[in-house]
Design a binder for this molecule. Structure first.
Ligand code: S3P
Length: 451
């Protein structure tokens, strides 16, 4: 596997209440974009709170490969000396994105309208994921592509010499596809338009505006977001602060709700409305969650999240909420295992093309631990309150969120739960084990005969 380590099974077991105040690492989506946009600006961008995970470090390496200088200072500040839009150098070797879907798809967008050639590879998970959703619009803008059958990695592109701006209607709810087209549009003359029928996270739009691009977002008569970007701006360097990742916060939030007696505060979390679906859902399920100290920083709302153990009840999660919590369904399924009655989660077709087929991986993980569930083509229904749950080993399929979600399950189940590979957690949340240990959880390496 190219995310850098051999599998490391981890096991969790119930160990009393979780208590304390923590900060989770910086937001992954914003961290990728901070490095990319800093690389495309002319001058020096600084980034505090960057997520230092394998996925984001792969993006740093990719930006260095096209000429940006990116350095980490001793105090953790990242300094990015941009090479400037239109001036990217051709990478001298293959770009390995490991497990990082956001990294590779957004980078393909950037490179696709620069006159350079590049080859992208990834780990076993990334190599299974569909790249056509990004490569198809790029082909229309003039990018030449040679990819493995089904538009999978490895893939090589030769960026367009004379790129063409386009109007693109995003066919699935995907911020990565939207962003790839917008980033390709950056180096096109004229205006690129992206129509987004279903709103997704808007970090690309907000951050590009912050870097000085001319970008507008309006709603058309059908209520769809219409994003217009004027090509070939001079991007101005920024001083950025990355807030805590709400997707990573989802793990301690759910753990605190389901481990009896817990009382946990998670500080400095991004509260962008396109990212907070899990919190809304858990509150609807009866979770004692309070957001305090709301403030604004860098154009985003942030706040501290206080969570106390709660008796949850099953609900139907509205399908239209899915884009605002798309990465959180695995851990929501774990919360649902402790709720009274059924939790029904429709509208999950995109879960099948994440780091793993997450619908199937979650369903198998629940079954392995004695939790009744029904896996439909695009839905999951979990029945909570089963007795004697846990005791299973979950196959993580190189998917960090499957590993972390089921480790959270083990913190509250009757019997321990093992994730067959905890090494993959380093792609997004390298401090997962130490932060949970601080809160009082028992996360341990699994003796090899037990894995
Ligand atoms: C992301 C978009 C989402 C999300 C991923 C991060 C982004 O992917 O699952 O973790 O930063 O744009 P999709 O665009 O495939 O929904």
């Amino acid at each position: 596997m190219s995310h850098g380590s051999s599998p490391k099974p981890l096991t969790t077991r119930a160990a009393g209440p979780l208590t304390g105040t923590i900060r989770v690492p910086g937001d992954k989506s914003i961290s990728h974009r901070a490095l990319m946009f800093g690389a495309l600006a002319v001058g020096r961008t600084t980034v505090t709170g960057l997520l230092e995970s394998e996925d984001v470090l792969a993006t740093a390496a990719a930006m260095r490969a096209v000429g940006a200088k990116i350095e980490r200072q001793d105090d953790g500040l990242y300094v990015v000396d941009g090479i400037g839009l239109g001036s990217l150098l051709e990478p001298e070797s293959v770009i390995d994105f490991g497990n990082a879907g956001t990294g590779v798809r957004l980078t393909m967008g950037i490179f696709g309208t620069h006159d350079i050639a590049a080859t992208f590879v990834g780990d076993g998970s990334l190599s299974k994921r569909p790249m056509g959703r990004v490569l198809d619009p790029l082909r229309e803008m003039g990018t030449n592509v040679i990819a493995r059958s089904g538009d999978r990695l490895p893939a090589s592109i030769r960026g367009a010499k004379q790129p063409l701006p386009m109007t693109y209607r995003v066919p699935m709810a995907s911020a990565q596809v939207k962003s790839a087209v917008l980033l390709a549009g950056l180096n096109c003359p004229g205006e690129t338009t992206v129509i987004e029928p279903i709103a997704t996270r808007d970090h690309t739009e907000k951050m590009l505006a912050g870097f000085g691009a001319e970008i507008s977002v309006t709603l058309n008569d059908a209520g769809e977001r219409v994003i217009k970007l004027k090509g070939q701006p001079e991007l101005k360097p920024q001083d950025l602060e990355v807030p805590g990742d709400p997707s990573s916060a989802g793990f301690p939030i759910v753990a605190a709700l389901i481990v009896p007696g817990s009382d946990v505060t998670i500080e400095n979390i991004l509260l962008n409305e396109h990212r907070t679906g899990l919190i809304t859902t858990l509150i609807e399920m009866g979770g004692d969650i309070e957001i305090v100290n709301r403030r604004h920083s860098g154009g985003e709302e942030i706040g501290d999240i206080k969570v106390k153990a709660s008796q949850l009840k099953g609900i139907t999660v509205p399908a239209k909420r899915a884009p605002s919590m798309i990465d959180e369904y695995p851990v929501l399924a774990v919360a649902a295992a402790f709720a009274s009655g059924e939790t029904h989660m429709p509208g999950l077709d995109e879960l099948r093309v994440k780091e793993s087929d997450r619908l199937a991986a979650v369903a198998r993980g629940l079954e392995a631990n004695g939790i009744p569930c029904v896996e439909g083509e695009d839905f999951l229904t979990v029945t909570g309150g089963a007795n004697n749950i846990g005791g299973g080993t979950v196959v993580t399929h190189l998917d960090h969120r499957i590993a972390m979600s089921f480790l959270v399950l083990g913190m509250a189940s009757h019997k321990p739960v093992t994730a067959d590979d905890g090494a993959v957690i380093a792609t997004s949340f390298p401090t997962f084990t130490s932060l949970f240990s601080e809160l009082g959880a028992k996360v341990q390496e699994t003796p090899s005969e037990a894995a």
